[in-house]
Design a protein around this ligand. Structure first.
Ligand code: PAF
Length: 303
């Protein structure tokens, strides 16, 4: 396995693979790798001859007052985990290598419309522009055939996939399922911030999302007018928000949105894919999670 800190090293290595018609899969990360990332790497390996992992804590996607400085960094452990997982190349640039001396953005950035208005985009202004800025650069450096991103960051996944489509990146974007601790908490590099008491409460987030999903699924199943659309009973969402608040969570959002536009859904139509997504604060830690509500297999689907 190779560790590269420079873009040109990566370009050189990948172009040699390409010259031999080998397929390249890519897993972009901010490091502090955990089982969730390793599962994405294993998924990537199934689709290519070589897997590239990038490790870069991208400052342009953190807002003022967010956790850019505190974000866990563990490059040597990450590199060892990548080696064990059969990764061919780890790309770990520093800020200047990524953005040049002048920093970013200088004159050009990618504008997103609509898809960033709700969910995390509503409170994390500029976050997804920062994500697209770095992911677009990474795609142009690595030129993968396929990239894998986790379902946990579902809004990010849909926005990146849209960029790939609209910018004609000749590649596929795959979604890796969310990996969970035994009690249901979605794995995240930020879970290390939780105190013991917060850690014990944290699984209530997934429980709330799952309960909401089951209730909505029940309503859909019991309804006879799947094609005309079933109005969403907002009181089901409000009840889960109240329950989380009563347990000490500060709720940024708990919403049902349609895909791929990520707009709040007031009506559920049969044959479409929706997402129930939430972001909450437990003390100083922001947790996100989601489940897909797939009405495509209506009426016998599971959420
Ligand atoms: O999901 C992440 O870890 C980051 O947002 C990403 C995609 C690596 C871009 O910095």
């Amino acid at each position: 396995m190779k560790l590269a800190h420079k873009k040109n090293e990566v370009r050189h290595i990948v172009s040699e693979w390409r010259a031999r018609n080998l397929r390249v899969a890519f897993v972009p990360t901010m490091g502090a790798l955990h089982e969730g990332h390793l599962a994405l790497i294993r998924q990537a390996r199934q689709h290519a001859d070589h897997v590239v992992v990038s490790v870069f804590v991208n400052p342009t996607q953190f807002g003022p007052g967010e956790d850019y400085q505190q974000y866990p960094r563990s490059l040597s452990a990450d590199v060892e985990q990548c080696r064990t997982e059969g990764v061919s190349l780890v790309f770990a640039p520093d800020y200047e290598e990524m953005y040049g001396r002048a920093g970013a953005p200088q004159y050009v950035s990618i504008r997103i419309s609509k898809m960033h208005e709700h969910l995390c985009g509503a409170t994390r202004k500029g976050h997804f522009e920062g994500v697209l800025q770095v992911v677009n650069k990474l795609f142009l450096i690595v030129r993968p055939d396929v990239a894998v991103f986790g379902q946990k960051d579902i809004q990010q996944w849909f926005i990146i996939r849209q960029m790939v489509e609209e910018f004609d990146h000749p590649m596929e974007v795959l979604m890796g399922p969310t990996r969970r601790e035994e009690d249901g908490l979605a794995m995240s590099s930020r879970n290390v911030y939780l105190t013991e008491e917060e850690r014990n409460k944290a699984p209530l987030l997934f429980e709330a999302i799952q309960r909401l999903s089951q209730r909505l699924t029940g309503v859909i199943r019991d309804s006879n007018n799947g094609d005309a659309g079933i109005p969403v009973d907002e009181s089901l969402i409000k009840a889960e928000i109240e329950r989380l608040r009563a347990n000490g969570f500060k709720v940024d959002y708990l919403s049902l949105v349609s895909t791929p536009d990520l707009q709040p859904a007031c009506v559920i139509h049969s044959g479409r894919l929706y997402v129930i997504a939430a972001a909450v604060w437990l003390g100083k830690t922001r947790l996100i999670d989601n489940v897909l509500l797939n009405t495509r297999k209506y009426p016998d689907h599971d959420a």
